[in-house]
Design a protein around this ligand. Sequence first.
Ligand SMILES: [Zn+2]
Length: 504
Amino acid sequence: MTTKTTDTLQSFRERIGQIKNYEEALGVLYWDLRTGAPRKGMDSRSAAIGTLSARLFELQTAPEMGEWLSELEETGAFGQLDEINQRLVTETRKEYDRSVKIPPKLNQEYVVLTSQAESLWEEVKETGDYAAFQPYLDKIITYTNQFIDLWGAGATRYDTLLDMYEPGMTTAELDQVFGGLREKLVPLVSAVAASPHQPERSFLGQSFDKETQKKFSLFILEQLGFDFKAGRLDESVHPFATGLSTGDVRITTRYLDRDVTSALFGTIHECGHAMYEQNIMKELNGTTLSTGTSMGIHESQSRFWENVIGRSKPFWNRYYGDLQKLFPKQLQVPVDDFYRAINVVEPSLTRVEADELTYNLHIIIRYELEKLIFNEGVKAAELPALWNEKYREYLGVEPRHDGEGVLQDVHWSGGAFGYFPSYSLGNMYAAQMTDTMERELPQMWDLVERGELHPIKEWLTERIYRYGKLRSPSELIRAITGKPLDPGYLVAYLEKKYKAIYRL
Ligand SMILES: [Zn+2]
């Protein structure tokens, strides 16, 4: 490597390290805000976050960063970089271009608009007053369209938004996978709803002592392989995971007195996110590649542990006895009834409360609407009617007011268009990876039944976790399964599981 390239690389890597430091500091501040920071400190905290964010943005978009990137991208220099530095340059270029193409004034207006819209949304989701929210949503759509023009549209305008959360994903590919999924799931959901064999689950709604629930959550985390020396469990209103570094990954859950499953599956879900971040290879430490490669792959890990493992019969054959010991009065039913109860399917209006089977239809509805907004020019005024029509068609339910319909999610008020598909992509990736895992670890379900979960975590570490952002979602899924994303695996998994539970 020439001395000039070596010097440039050193400056570039130092800057990446600083960016990572700022991100970690902001991560701790946000974590603290969401886990019980005193209310009276909010103003001071907002100011601190504002200052650090502005400085971070400067570090990311400074002209010298553009110069370093151009120098390192020259063929002579780029070819001399190792794999990690090459990927770091490519990823940083993408982020850099995205940020510098938006004029600061436009960005500032947008930040103000979305923060107003988010606080208005908090009110209108309760009252269902869509008319009050509609002008804000129209403006957010207009700004997003301006951003798409500045960034440059992909094959379709919506492709540009998808790429932010799932690099490389396209509308053409999603149309195909979601189309295939919808076609199979709609009839399966109706068959399940019509089955006379509906599981009984009222026993799950008894009172469950919160401290005891916490004890069980900690026990399960340890069983799954969560590293307590590199993480911690706290409480928050909405469960989340935040990876500050591989040595500090924090998760939260929420204990409800009359719903023992909420904390339990919330904990397992966030543990999946956390184990991904805890097991990224050390060579990526201190770089912006030391994180999950996409929202969809991240969700595949949380959903694999929560649903594929955590809601399986073998898992409860092993752990139901432990849970029963803690709640002998509430849990008198046999394990088979418990298993059926935690897998109840119920077409409902609310995405966040949806079961494993209907969840994907909630996502497909949002995907279809977002595509209409950005590719067909549909206006905010048209959304409630379209929303209700799709819920009737796919799930057989209809909202009584917009609060339980089009206003239920926070995403659009924050401008997060293109994010929703990640959740279903996670389910599809998880099912496809499980198929490979079952063949490569033929004794997989025996291991689960014995509570030996370590080999499963190791398998995921070798094929997914360790790479962080070093491989793209499509590279990962192809390397693991030998095929591109295929919705058939999720359909097969859901059909097998739910036809058995509902005796279809
Ligand atoms: Zn998640």
